[in-house]
Design a protein around this ligand. Structure first.
Ligand SMILES: Nc1ncnc2c1ncn2[C@@H]1O[C@H](COP(=O)(O)OP(=O)(O)OP(=O)(O)O)[C@@H](O)[C@H]1O
Ligand SMILES: [Mg+2]
Length: 393
């Protein structure tokens, strides 16, 4: 069928034509926004899940919800090799720019921007003169606030000031952090402490995160009270009804239907994982000659969808691993698809567990595996074991 009208959208952070099966999370976030706006004590949300389950898409949807309520919003994507100071400054700059036109007292905005600039300029990279980044803020940097160089103190002061600007407008500010498991340990601790301070003062600023399944343990390793700061929403593959809706509703807009058998086959292939639902749906659409899309169309298109996933979804990640890391993952895949014991992987490779720690740690850092529990590891990418078993070693 006409590829131009193909509604499906496989891709990182690509907004799906139908955000299926996430009503509970959306409702929860609605409540968070409402309570924070009213100055009620409320835990912020952190979305966790495997690769491709729709964390980024959900975070972006939360952001739109906040914007609809006229909140100021900003978003960062954490990187393991980067302090969050500059990205947070840039994100809060965006948030304040959203609010500024509605604010009656321009001097309040300028005052905040002065603090924001001072905060940004304390970036260690900027101090060394190695940075070409300038905050692009036209006001002079102020002194004595959010510029101590201690991220915990500075973030707290910055958040309190940003929240106070939002309070003037009876709205809030939401700072979104994607790939939150990659925030450096010292920064996680500062971030939690700042959120903690803020929650005590009732200021309307929330930090909303998304990350891999081990994010809660990253946060609690840093601050034991993190469980009281964030409500964790673990998102997973879609159940059968939601997966069907993700396919049916966008097609119906284009007056295209699926037969029941086609939907059965698509569910079997995609296993409810949102990325796979989009990928199989897209190819089935392109190869189907007419509506309704049948099981034959799905069967004919499956190899092409698998090929695309092998390159784009699995292959691009596999390529990030070194030969030693690949051996490690192949050993994991041979053991099975459940979380596996690191000791068992060492056994399978005929090595001492300690000698494999570097490979394991760097795979965790690259976001390919995560520690599901102490001593256990699992792939962050759904069906990755199956993909590896089909690879020549
Ligand atoms: N609820 C949903 N219903 C249908 N499709 C969805 C849903 N959520 C996400 N998708 C689709 O799944 C794909 C992956 O989404 P997204 O990039 O948000 O995942 P992710 O969890 O952030 O993955 P990663 O960990 O790799 O960053 C996209 O193509 C998106 O359109
Ligand atoms: Mg993502």
């Amino acid at each position: 069928m006409d590829p131009v009208r193909n509604p499906y959208a496989p891709g990182a952070g690509q907004r799906p034509p139908e955000l299926a099966g996430r009503d509970r999370e959306l409702q929860q976030f609605e409540v968070v926004l409402e309570r924070v706006a009213r100055g009620r004590p409320e835990r912020s949300m952190v979305v966790t899940g495997l690769r491709g389950v729709g964390k980024t898409v959900l975070l972006n949807t939360f952001k739109s919800m906040a914007m609809q309520r006229l909140w100021g919003t900003g978003k960062i994507e954490a990187r393991p090799d980067q302090s969050i100071r500059r990205p947070v400054a840039a994100a809060l700059h965006m948030a304040i720019r959203e609010l500024a036109p509605r604010h009656r007292a321009p001097e309040r905005i300028e005052e905040f921007l002065g603090v924001l600039k001072a905060f940004a300029m304390r970036d260690p990279a900027a101090a060394k003169g190695t940075s070409h980044w300038s905050p692009g803020i036209e006001v002079p940097a102020s002194r004595g606030r959010a510029d101590s160089g201690d991220l915990e103190i500075d973030l707290t002061e910055l958040f309190v000031d940003a929240a106070s600007v939002a309070t003037d407008l009876a709205v809030g500010i939401a700072l979104f952090i994607d790939e939150m498991q990659d925030v450096q340990a010292a920064d996680v601790s500062a971030l939690c402490a700042a959120c903690h301070e803020l929650s005590q003062s009732g200021g309307p600023l929330i930090v909303v995160g998304a990350g891999l399944p081990h994010l809660p343990s990253v946060l609690s390793a840093s601050k034991s009270y993190s469980e009281r700061l964030f409500r964790y929403a673990r998102i997973d593959k879609l159940d059968r009804d939601a997966a069907d809706l993700a396919l049916i509703l966008p097609a119906r807009e284009e007056e295209v239907e699926f037969t029941q058998e086609a939907l059965d086959a698509l569910y079997e292939a995609a296993d409810g994982y949102p990325y796979f639902v989009q990928a199989y749906g897209k190819v089935a659409w392109d190869l189907a000659p007419r509506t309704p899309i049948t099981i034959e169309d799905v069967k004919v298109s499956a190899p092409e969808a698998e090929e695309e996933l092998a390159v784009g979804f699995f292959g691009s990640r596999y390529e990030r691993a070194t030969p030693a890391e690949r051996d490690y993952m192949h050993a994991m895949a041979q053991i099975g698809d459940e979380p596996v014991a690191t000791a068992e992987v060492a056994d399978a490779l005929g090595r001492k567990p300690s000698s494999l720690s570097p490979a394991r740690d760097s795979l965790i850092k690259k976001g390919l595996i995560y520690s599901a529990e102490r001593g256990l590891i699992a792939f962050t990418v759904p069906h990755f074991g199956r993909f590896l078993r089909a690879q020549p070693i």
